[in-house]
Design a protein. Structure first.
Length: 370
């Protein structure tokens, strides 16, 4: 029988502590500890099963008991879970603890469904390769999801060794900064070890997730932070720097200097999923300016007294920012409307079903009286 004290903080095994276990998680887990279940953190998910790091080491566990229908309620990398204390392989995940943060994107533009990419993340690192031309709109999109997740975003410009001129590099960093208010922007070179100390300091506290396109250099960074080659890395093949999806699963790794890192497969695109407040944070300066518009529902198109347009005219706000803001806001509204429509349809169906049940029950009763 597992004693509950062995799973409660601060007596928890160092393997759990190294993976982010703290007093609050121990409190949230107390009810499951009382049932003799083991706490663990999901380090990888793979077709209905997952690897969970526990005080007894990594165990393989099946997720069948945990809500399989709602894609946002499936177990994902970074989750804290309760697993069976003993049994064969795989054991079972009985539940997961309420998430502190969750990085969610929409799976495709046709179906407004959310897909959860990582849970319980403190730092969302958007990795962007300096080997290709900067795409600020793409960075803004990633940042919207990052803010929405509840994590603190960070942009890491990788492969800085490919931009040998320091002045050019400084301009590139500045460009990204204008697209990322409130977000630290770092340039690093895993090749030359530059900027890695700063990044290591950021990720040494809490859990960080590496996001970005394939070939951005995420796994190379993960290896550099780990101090050993754990993640596979492959040469970028195409001339456009898009790479070829070397990493195929999301992997959670404990760092030697403290902190936890999740390396993810490259994302071709990230669709917004109910990320209205995230978009607002990415364009904080526009939302701030908008408070000075004459009309509170100003669309910043041609209205008189528009403070946003005035800022563009005055050269303080790049027109590109307003365009990008509009585009992401519109996209988000479409997704939200679609989700609402789907929810409404589901509720209607549920009412109909209940209505039918009620009618059947009434008829059965009448039949019984007859
Ligand atoms: N010059 C240079 N190349 C780098 C640097 N970091 C990574 N690369 C190269 O970029 C290519 C892709 O790196 P990966 O780390 O596999 O990229 P990834 O983001 O993990 O890619 P996916 O797993 O497909 O998402 C490899 O050829 C790396 O050697 C760097 O600092 N400088
Ligand atoms: Mg990779
Ligand atoms: Zn306006």
């Amino acid at each position: 029988m597992t004693s509950t004290s062995s799973t409660s903080f601060p007596h928890a095994h160092s393997a759990l502590a190294a993976h982010g276990w703290d007093e609050d998680w121990a409190d949230a887990f107390a009810q499951y500890a009382a049932q003799g279940l083991l706490p663990g953190r999901v380090v990888r998910v793979d077709r209905g099963q997952c690897d969970v790091v526990t005080a007894d080491g990594v165990v393989r566990a099946d997720t069948a008991f945990v809500t399989p229908h709602d894609p946002l309620r499936v177990v994902c990398t970074g989750d804290w879970v309760a697993v069976d204390p003993e049994g064969g392989t795989p054991r079972y995940v009985r539940t997961y603890l309420p998430r502190r943060t969750a990085f969610v994107r929409s799976t495709s533009s046709k179906r407004s469904e959310g897909q959860i990419l990582a849970a319980n993340v403190d730092h969302a690192i958007v990795a962007v390769s300096l080997a290709a031309e900067l795409d600020l709109a793409r960075i803004e999109r990633f940042l919207a999801l990052a803010w929405e997740s509840g994590a603190q975003p960070l942009v890491v410009l990788t492969k800085a060794d490919l931009v040998p001129d320091p002045v050019t590099l400084a301009y590139l960093v500045q460009d990204v900064e204008t697209a990322a208010p409130g977000v630290p922007v770092l340039s690093v070179s895993a090749e030359q070890g530059e900027g890695l100390d700063v990044l290591a300091a950021v990720v040494s506290g809490g859990t960080a997730v590496l996001l970005g396109q394939s070939g951005a250099g995420k796994s190379t960074l993960a290896n550099a932070l780990l101090g050993e080659d754990v993640m596979g890395v492959q040469d970028v093949r195409d001339v456009d720097g898009k790479g070829r999806h070397t990493t195929t699963t999301r992997n959670l790794l404990a760092l030697p200097g403290g902190g936890v890192l999740i390396d993810t497969p490259g994302l071709r695109g990230v669709g917004l999923f109910d990320a209205g407040s995230g978009v607002g944070q990415v364009f904080a300066e526009i939302e701030e300016l908008a408070e000075g518009c004459r009309f509170h529902d100003c669309a910043h198109e041609s209205e008189p007294g528009c403070a946003v347009l005035a800022a563009i005219d005055g050269g303080e706000l790049p027109g590109r920012r307003l365009e990008s803001y509009r585009k992401l806001m519109r996209e988000n509204q479409r997704i939200v409307a679609k989700t609402d429509a789907r929810l409404r349809a589901e509720i209607r169906k549920e009412f109909k079903r209940r209505g039918a049940l009620g009618k059947a029950a009434m008829e059965a009763k009448r039949g019984g009286l007859r």
